[in-house]
Design a protein around this ligand. Sequence first.
Ligand code: ZN
Length: 412
Amino acid sequence: MAGNTEPLSPRAKLAVTAGKAAAAVSRAAGRGSGSVIGGRVALRLDPDLLARLARHLDVVLVSATNGKTTTTRLIAEALRASGPVVSNALGANMPAGITSALAGGSDAKYGVIEVDEKYLAGVARDVTPKAIALLNLSRDQLDRAAETRMLAEKWREGLSGSKALIIANADDPLIVWAASGSANVVWVAAGQEWKDDAWSCPSCGGVMQRPGEDWFCGECGFRRPTPSWALSGDHVLDPHGSAWPIKLQLPGRANKANATTSAAVAAAFGVPPQVALERMFSVQAVAGRYDVVTFQQRELRLLLAKNPAGWLETFSLIDPPPTPVIMSVNARGADGTDTSWLWDVDYTRLAGHPIYVLGDRKLDLAVRLEVAGLDFRVCDSLDEAVQLAPPGRIEVIANYTAFQDLRRRVGN
Ligand SMILES: [Zn+2]
């Protein structure tokens, strides 16, 4: 469906070149890949650059609180069955990072783009996507349920005029509210483990009823739509009722849900579920998440959990006791400086695991674990925790900057 193939204007070309130069300078100065600074410079020279770069692509946008980086990778792999793909695979998901990623993909047929939740409506306006995948919405670090609700409202308004096919999780009431203002929606039963942000109706504020897997509002009739795709155990059920096995190297139920949504997106572009799911097997670690590394002759699996819903999903995928668990929590800028979210997470699920706590806010975590009645050790460093842990692979769970610290320590 690649429509307009006219070459970039001289101004847009200049913006791309300047952006690449800025990125190269930033790299040389040791400031990472430079993709964000490059995109920022390019957008300043040509504010319409994102729209222009996207014009010759079939664009898929992916947004959510959790799982958007992984799902973007899975969709990109699936669509490669049908043509070259450009993607912001490293997770730079605001307009500058997206611009920079697209500037590197002039030969691509598809653009598969992860978008930060706050920027979704704006990016969707700029790039006129063919499809938008919406996975879940929950509070980020703090108790910001009201903010989550406002975000759902903003998505609903922003997407209501879009011609894009929306592929949305029928099990998350906030996602359903955000998507149901759109004309074309494919509903996916992808599940929802974290329910704390969806007990009141996003439409009228009434109390949500949740019998079994179903949900509905007793006041206004807002209810779970009938899904045409579903995650069922280890299989994807397609709209014809056929079951396709999910084979992933990525662990956990949440990633099976991501694969289900990705299969539905791929089908919208003519890639059959069997082909899509086979290709998804090649996705291993995503930006270091789920990576198994060797450190001090021990195997460590690195798991990122950025918010309460993420911690809950992570507890459901770790190996059973007596597998040792190391947890590290920081509260720097990207983490949110308030650790009150620790009280939203049910840590009793870790009962039976030997537990070691680290990070800037290890004492906050220790208080939380104490109240949950768990045995644990407070450690000064990853090295100390690993030395204390009994034999076997160690699960290491950390929030955002703590995860970056750990990756640096293990040299990954
Ligand atoms: Zn209602």
